[in-house]
Design a protein around this ligand. Structure first.
Ligand code: ZN
Length: 241
């Protein structure tokens, strides 16, 4: 079975359609979404509708829950806050309800778990940045592999006597009991590579590949400016920051 796992779309329709087109050509069997469908970009309504109509497992991101009022935006930065207010006016009742109904964690099957931030306190939307952070989530993981997002930087952590990590784009799960795979971000990469980032997991080969796909950054950026969203949200897309 080949799974495409994608998230942190952030209302970037150009990026989302480029990723889905790529996956179609790759012969993906199943799609899984890691949340943050909205926030920052100019097409939250379109991105929500697209993902909702795919009828796939989706977990809630902090921006999804912020927009529908389930998460306080007290600790969001100024730009993120502005984007939340703008997004609330830009999406339909139906998509607002869709965001509200998203769960924090999904165990898709005996192999795969999805979460946006971390497994130890999923509602706090912590970042997994160190081996210690990873260990806390690995202890809570009941399946072989957990896919996650949130930091917008692809990285994999492996269980073992010492938790190890890899920034490789080709990840072999053989020989590891459990792993946490951060697939990076579709709509706002932050690892200085502006191309959309997501994963394809081949469960027969026990292999995960991180893919990077080009998309029309200029159009996505122009839409952000036209919408009156903060200029920095358009600018950062060009640099992958
Ligand atoms: Zn995000």
């Amino acid at each position: 079975m080949r799974y495409a796992i994608f998230g942190d779309i952030h209302a970037n329709l150009e990026a989302l359609t480029a990723v889905l087109d790529f996956c179609k050509k790759q012969g993906v069997d199943k799609y899984l979404c890691l949340g943050d469908i909205v926030g920052y970009g100019a097409n939250p309504e379109e991105c929500c509708t697209l993902v909702r109509e795919m009828k796939i497992p989706v977990v809630a991101g902090n921006h999804d829950w912020a927009v529908c009022g389930k998460l306080s935006i007290e600790f969001f930065n100024t730009y993120a806050k502005q984007a939340v207010y703008w997004t609330r006016d830009a999406i339909s009742e139906e998509n607002m309800q869709f965001l509200k109904d998203l769960p924090l964690i999904q165990e898709v099957n005996e192999e795969i778990t999805l979460v946006h931030g971390s497994l130890n306190f999923p509602d706090l939307f912590d970042y997994i940045q160190t081996s210690q952070d990873a260990r806390l989530s690995l202890e809570k993981l009941h399946t072989r592999v957990c896919f996650l997002g949130h930091s917008h930087v692809p990285v994999t952590f492996f269980s073992g006597p010492m938790v190890s990590y890899s920034m490789s784009y080709e990840i072999n799960l053989k020989g590891f009991e459990k792993a946490l795979v951060n697939v990076g971000s579709v709509g706002q990469p932050r690892d200085e590579n502006p191309k959309s980032s997501f994963a394809i997991y081949d469960s027969d080969k026990e292999q995960v590949k991180i893919h990077r796909v080009e998309y029309d950054i200029e159009t996505a950026g122009r839409k952000i400016l036209d919408a009156g969203l903060p200029e920095i949200l358009a600018e950062r897309l060009k640099y992958g920051r």
